[in-house]
Design a protein around this ligand. Structure first.
Ligand SMILES: Nc1ncnc2c1ncn2[C@@H]1O[C@H](COP(=O)(O)OP(=O)(O)OP(=O)(O)O)[C@@H](O)[C@H]1O
Ligand SMILES: N[C@@H](CCO)C(=O)O
Length: 326
């Protein structure tokens, strides 16, 4: 469920008066997503997505996200393009929230990931990294390694109720990850998506019937960080089976396609296992925090933190980059 802020017909029509998008033909709330309120709009000018930014997005950061999407779209990346109103501004206000309209992307996200999705995903991720190289403004990763200790502290009171012994296991795992974490000046840095899960990647069937990436959405965790960390996020999110086993075929397809466009350095290859442990820790902790801090009955779909505990354990046992599909 992700329509937290209701928008009336009258408010939307008044809002659209500032755009050159023609008459409003249809308008509906989108139930998917958990962070922001999203509406699909059809106007005389085509299909669009209206997003009202809810409490987890800092309004001061929105210009950076919108500028990044504009930069990437201008370089041929299929991503939502913020639509400017007649005064030239894309970021506006509606129903008391910051709001923006973006272009609608065709395609569907894969409900069941297959190995055939992973090569196009790897290619799209590499193209994203290359296209971001000349976007100069930095945004630190608010959910990077410095954030994990404080987040674990906030989970400490409720963590063991989710699974006995969990907090002690995470204390030990986090200490190991932080001790081995590469310094940011030792690996290539750039603009990363940082949340490229299957529900943020749209596919269409190509001429040969194989899936092609048609677009990437949800750039609201994007930041300036280690490029290889974005790969680690994808290995976590795309390369495990429902039974918790690692699918090395998917991982190999993803990594090989990525490296055809941006070969990894020796230091990035060596760091990949700890980056994967870190990415597992990030999603484990944000899920655990939401799990313990969300009141029952809230309009938020809580995601299972223990899925990421299993992934963290897998990566902690992994024997070197080759076992991850490199
Ligand atoms: N530009 C777009 N084109 C087409 N559909 C979109 C677009 N942006 C969002 N959507 C639709 O809205 C849904 C929710 O979007 P999104 O994932 O950005 O939500 P969110 O609540 O901001 O993020 P999160 O996934 O972190 O909960 C998507 O699954 C997709 O169906
Ligand atoms: N993709 C995240 C949610 C948004 O960060 C998760 O599955 O935990």
């Amino acid at each position: 469920m992700a329509v937290y802020t209701e928008v009336t017909d009258e408010a939307l029509r008044a809002f659209l008066a500032d755009y050159a998008l023609g008459e409003l033909l249809a308008f509906r709330g989108i139930a998917e997503g958990v962070e922001n309120s999203n509406y699909a709009l059809k106007t005389a000018a085509g299909d669009f997505i209206l997003t009202l930014y809810e409490k987890r997005v800092d309004p001061r950061e929105l210009p950076w996200f919108l500028a990044l999407m504009e930069h990437l779209a201008a370089r041929g990346i299929g991503c939502p393009l913020p639509v400017k109103a007649t005064d030239g501004l894309a970021l506006r206000s509606l129903a008391g929230r910051p709001a923006a309209i973006c272009t609608f992307l065709p395609g569907l996200w894969p409900r069941r990931v297959r190995p055939e999705h992973c090569a196009p995903l790897g290619g799209a991720l590499a193209r994203l990294h290359l296209a971001g190289a000349d976007f100069a403004e930095m945004r630190p990763n608010g959910l990077g390694p410095e954030a994990w200790g404080p987040l674990l502290e906030r989970c400490r009171p409720g963590g063991d109720a989710v699974q006995p012994g969990l907090v002690a296991e995470l204390d030990a795992a986090l200490a190991g990850i932080l001790a081995a974490w590469p310094a940011t000046d030792t690996l290539p840095l750039g603009q990363i998506h940082a949340d490229l899960f299957p529900d943020n990647v749209f596919f269409l069937d190509g001429a040969d019937g194989r899936p092609c990436v048609s677009g990437l959405i949800d750039f609201y965790f994007a930041c300036t960080d280690l490029l290889a960390y974005d790969i680690a996020v994808c290995l976590n999110a795309w390369c495990f089976e429902a039974d918790g086993s690692y699918n090395v075929t998917r991982a190999h397809a993803l990594l090989a396609a990525y490296q055809r466009l941006r070969p990894l350095s020796a230091a990035e290859r060596a760091a990949l296992p700890v980056l994967c442990r870190g990415a597992a820790m990030r999603f484990l902790l944000t899920r655990l925090y939401d799990w313990t801090a969300t009141p029952a009955g809230a309009l938020v779909t809580r995601k299972d933190p223990l899925e990421y505990l299993r992934k963290l354990r897998f990566f902690a046992r992994a024997e070197g980059p080759a076992s991850l599909g490199l």
